[in-house]
Design a protein around this ligand. Structure first.
Ligand code: EPZ
Length: 421
């Protein structure tokens, strides 16, 4: 198995180009099904969630080819709507195939998407919206079957700006008859990027308001070549690592316009920032201040996907901090592991109380989810002594090479292969 080994207390210093976005490319891969032909996604990140999605696409009869970092998907011979790939049940993003299979074939048969440590992650909003469009569901033991005689445009109001529900409904609506409006939709950049991607394919989607998308159904879409955008959560993770190690980093090719809430938080810790058109210069040498209260909210608020990483920074700040997690009901799996490194963090429902400590100490810890694992990496880089992190498979889901990236910034970190215990 692969583990991460870190020797801490080396301030990060250097510059790095940010990888492309996991949460932007996953729905694009599913969306490729909506057109016959070969869709190419340049600068596609080589992460396990992408590999799982391509396995599912192959099961659906698509041909997958990598040309360097370009992922090519030929959907010409895709004829089945049935997914049984083991990976589909283990990852949340497989639910996005509901919308694209219904869009292409008016039918879908998928395993229930995996829940995970961050919460139950129901799909009631996806199902309610699709039912309004004319989809009939049969809920089996292990799988969900969906079928529609016709997909009809309609008015949908989401009770919560769910990213996945917004994306699924868009994918089902682009080839539906008539117009679909999605009120209360998600405003995450990955939704905006999917709108651009689908419109490039020939869809007709407009933003009526910042929280309302209108999709005018068209007859057909065509395959395209596009380039994936940079990952705002990876960029935020590395800024957090620079803050925790009191380092100074330059992130090139960064999604500078998608991180305002993160900038505000980093400035509150005492960090200093300079932003140019696609570069973030961050000086974390004075990033020592705690933050009385901060909460995660849907975009453009502080992202839930950076909550654990922020906890790692605040665990060694100069005053007590609180983080309220409003998006997921139980996204504090990293706390127990951070406390093994002598952090002093208490969980009170959806709020964590972080009592600052002078320093963290290296330990053997276990990643239990993707972003919680990133928080452990950050804590290991800041801690005195050596840290070993198991559960690397979680990190590989979203970070193409977190150890290589942070080593390139001067961190004493490596990924190594060890015998399974
Ligand atoms: C996407 O998940 C991201 N994943 C998540 O990133 C991200 O944390 C999340 O959006 C919020 O920004 C991908 O894009 C692949 P939601 P998604 O639907 O679409 C509840 C990462 O680390 N809900 O916006 O699943 C849900 O339980 C991952 O990269 C319902 O109750 O998120 C949650 O509490 C983690 N019913 C909240 O809404 C529904 O039908 C937000 O979920 C749908 C959602």
């Amino acid at each position: 198995m692969e583990i991460i080994q870190i020797t801490g207390q080396t301030p990060l210093y250097g510059e790095l180009t940010v990888q492309s976005s996991k949460n932007a490319v996953l729905p694009m891969i599913a969306a490729a099904l909506l057109a016959k032909g070969t869709t190419a996604i340049k600068k596609c990140p080589r992460i396990t969630d992408v590999f799982h999605m391509t396995e599912i696409m192959e099961e659906l009869g698509c041909r997958i080819r990598w040309e360097n970092n370009t992922l090519c998907i030929d959907t010409s011979d895709s004829k089945t709507c049935r997914i049984r790939a083991l990976s589909a049940g283990s990852m949340r993003s497989s639910v996005i195939f509901l919308g694209s299979l219904l869009g292409r074939m008016k039918e879908a048969d998928i395993p229930y998407p995996g829940g995970c440590v961050i919460g139950k992650r129901p799909i009631d909003m996806h199902l309610a919206g699709l039912k309004k469009m004319g989809v009939v569901f049969e809920e089996g033991e292990q799988n969900l079957h969906a079928k529609a005689e016709n997909l009809c445009g309609c008015k949908i109001s989401l009770p919560y700006p769910s990213v996945g529900a917004t994306q699924n409904l868009m994918l089902a609506a682009v080839l539906a008859e008539g117009t679909t409006s999605i009120n209360g939709c998600s405003r995450e950049p990955e939704v905006t990027q999917l709108v651009v991607f689908l419109n490039q394919m020939g869809a007709d989607i407009v933003w009526k308001r910042p929280d309302c998308l209108v999709v005018h159904g068209v007859k057909e879409l065509h395959a395209i070549t596009c380039q994936a955008a940079a990952d705002r959560i990876v960029a935020g993770t590395y800024l957090a690592a620079a803050a925790a190690t009191r380092g100074k980093v330059v992130l090139r090719g960064a999604p500078v316009g998608q991180l305002d809430a993160v900038y505000r938080v980093l400035l509150k810790t005492g960090g200093k920032l300079r932003i140019t058109d696609d570069t973030i210069l961050f000086d974390g040498s004075q990033a020592v201040k705690g933050i009385e209260w901060i909460k995660t909210t849907p975009y453009p608020g502080f992202p839930t996907d950076l909550q654990s990483q922020l906890a790692a920074i605040l665990s060694i700040s100069d005053r007590k901090s609180h983080i309220e997690e409003t998006v997921f009901e139980s996204r504090f799996a990293a706390v127990e592991e951070l406390n093994k490194m002598q952090a002093d963090i208490k969980v009170n429902g959806r709020v964590i109380e972080i009592c600052p400590v002078k320093k963290l100490y290296g330990a053997r810890v276990h990643a239990r989810d993707l972003r919680g694992g990133a928080a452990l990496v950050i804590a290991g880089l800041a801690a005195e002594g050596d840290t070993v992190i198991t559960g690397y498979e979680f990190l590989a889901r979203g970070y193409a090479d977190i150890a290589g990236d942070l080593a390139a910034l001067g961190g004493k970190i490596q990924k190594i292969e060890v015998q399974d215990e």
